[in-house]
Design a binder for this molecule. Sequence first.
Ligand SMILES: Cc1cc2nc3c(=O)[nH]c(=O)nc-3n(C[C@H](O)[C@H](O)[C@H](O)COP(=O)(O)OP(=O)(O)OC[C@H]3O[C@@H](n4cnc5c(N)ncnc54)[C@H](O)[C@@H]3O)c2cc1C
Length: 459
Amino acid sequence: METTSATEQFTKSFKGDLITPEEQGYDEARQLWNGLYDKYPAAIARCRKAEDVVTAVNFVRENNMIFSVKGGGHDYAGNSVCDDGLVIDLSPMNKVEIDASNKKAYVQAGAKVGEFDSAAQIHGLATPTGTVSTIGIGGLALGGGSGYLSLRFGLTLDNILSVEIVTADGKIITAREKENEDLFWAIRGGGGNFGIVTSFTFRLHEVGPEVLSFQAYFPYEDSREILQFYRKFMDNAPEELGCYAFFLNVPPIDPFPKEFHGKTTCALIACYTGDLQKGKEELKALENFGKPFLKFLQPMEYTALQKSFDAGMPKGLRWYTKAHYLSEISDFTLETLTDFTENLPGDHTMVYLEPVGGAVAKPSSSATAFPHRNAAYSLHIFPGWNDGAEDAKIIDWAKKFHKKVEAESTGGVYVNLLAHDEKERVRAAYGENYERLKKLKKKWDPKNLFRMNHNIEPE
Ligand SMILES: Cc1cc2nc3c(=O)[nH]c(=O)nc-3n(C[C@H](O)[C@H](O)[C@H](O)COP(=O)(O)OP(=O)(O)OC[C@H]3O[C@@H](n4cnc5c(N)ncnc54)[C@H](O)[C@@H]3O)c2cc1C
């Protein structure tokens, strides 16, 4: 950071760790999960408590400085690290406390999904989160948060009881149903637009510790039939079931048979979180369907299941994202999916359908700032590759694929799945709640201090 009296003052008053480019650890601290971005901030302010966040917010506001907010660093669009400015890094704030008797969790905003899951599971409890344990709770919960438990218990944001938040004027306040209710509405889907959340209180539910995990991998040639089966099966699937249809390239590891290594497969991946015996009955149709080359159905610890995708999505690879909400898997969508996935570009590329519905669909579209309650599926085109020389080719594939399905989409998109080059889709991500969000932005952040995100401009 350029040395001025203001930065000197900040350096003295900031009680967390300030990491500048000269210091060891700078390169690790500036890295995002997505290796597509390589940014060089002036400094990284690692906060240990809410007061450190206040000091950092006051400093960037008073000095009109570019800044970003980083929790788990998994933002697909790369917004949580900035060039030349200050990164307000919440990662040291990762305390999780469970109040088992009241089924509540107090979670600092820098905690990761895995840290939250593990602490809650000691008591046989959980809140719906994402399906990768390294994602940050902050970004996940403020945008939505969907995973295996969502049809049963809603999105992560549906389970927020209150937040502690640092506002644009540097105040620490609480937002919940009966206190700053308009802000409470806005942060549940409005992303990081309204302030920096320093902690969450979540509602917990009884889950596990063992759940029923099902995975079946089929030869690519069967994919049309699998998707036809999947859409029919999901029409009557119980809310205890989270079931995804995936296209991916088979990793060259056991237990995948050697002859399928590197080939594209269509897979059904599910988790049943209700009574295990009942689950075996409910999953019979899945278990007996088709001729997978690899299949298992087994009880598994929920925390282990929540880590099972981690290895396939390593930090530092190049990743791009394109998504749509769909109201159905139409024949056209089904054909397009199979056409575009025949030769998946990129070793780590995935394309998947995630069901919406169930408890996600129960609140109205305006109950929180998250509007996409009536969609049936979220389609995510999610290429992952190593070589920068392939960027243009792979991103072009994702865009063409996405464009082709567009006519069949609801027009909406999950804000947490937007790419860096999709500014024109930000409005679609906030959907029917966009105008109200703009009004609330004017109230809570009139100068658009918090703008390094999928930005809502003040009315
Ligand atoms: C491998 C992978 C798997 C994923 N799986 C799922 C999934 O199963 N389900 C799902 O719903 N999503 C999933 N996502 C998307 C995920 O929800 C978003 O990427 C989310 O933003 C990640 O949060 P983070 O804290 O790690 O991100 P960061 O990069 O740290 O933050 C992202 C943005 O969120 C805002 N932000 C973060 N923390 C705060 C805070 N405390 N206060 C204010 N603003 C804040 C900032 O604007 C920041 O730019 C996945 C993403 C990846 C990369």
